[in-house]
Design a protein around this ligand. Sequence first.
Ligand code: E4P
Length: 218
Amino acid sequence: MKFFVDTADVAEIKVLAESGLLDGVTTNPSLVAKSGRKMRDVIAEICALVPGPVSAEVAATEYEGMLAEARVLREIARNVTIKVPLTPDGLRACRKLTGDGAMVNVTLCFSSAQALLAAKAGATFVSPFVGRLDDIGESGMGLIADIMTIFRQYPYLKTEVLVASVRSPMHVVEAARLGAHVATVPPAVLRQLFAHPLTDKGLAAFLADWAKTGQRIV
Ligand code: E4P
């Protein structure tokens, strides 16, 4: 499973990229707004740090406007992935952009029918939002299971399922269990993936015993 980080915070991305575990980055207009910086600068810096796909979302809502914005965003770096909303215009733009050789992430997917449409439009990624579905009492992971089942029936569909709106390590583990291709994870949740109290406890005990030996390895 590929791990993307879901943030526009360049300092966070730099640290996470150094771990060697980051396969890509997703941003959205809210995350760029939170950064307080110019989108072009943020995306350029992220693309220089992470060679994998970096999603930059269009703000236009109609076809021609999306294509115009996509042209500008694609000039920033070769690994920019154009993020379009799951609307009729967004899917039309997706079809055109992938035909032109761009990577496209179709975002704001909340149903299996929508995911199927994104795949038919040739999306590189489709992003079902699991946390936001859980928030309204629906099952985010149920949606991922359903999409994976449907996509497996049609091996010629090359769209990757990018699990978004991830809120906890369990979301990541369950998505992996279902065979989802990618999870985009907020930095705090990514850090939680490393953590286990028995790891900390075990390491402390090993270090205490090592100190008693008085030895050094180097
Ligand atoms: C995905 O690409 C989105 O940026 C993101 O996962 C949205 O998550 P949220 O529901 O926590 O805002």
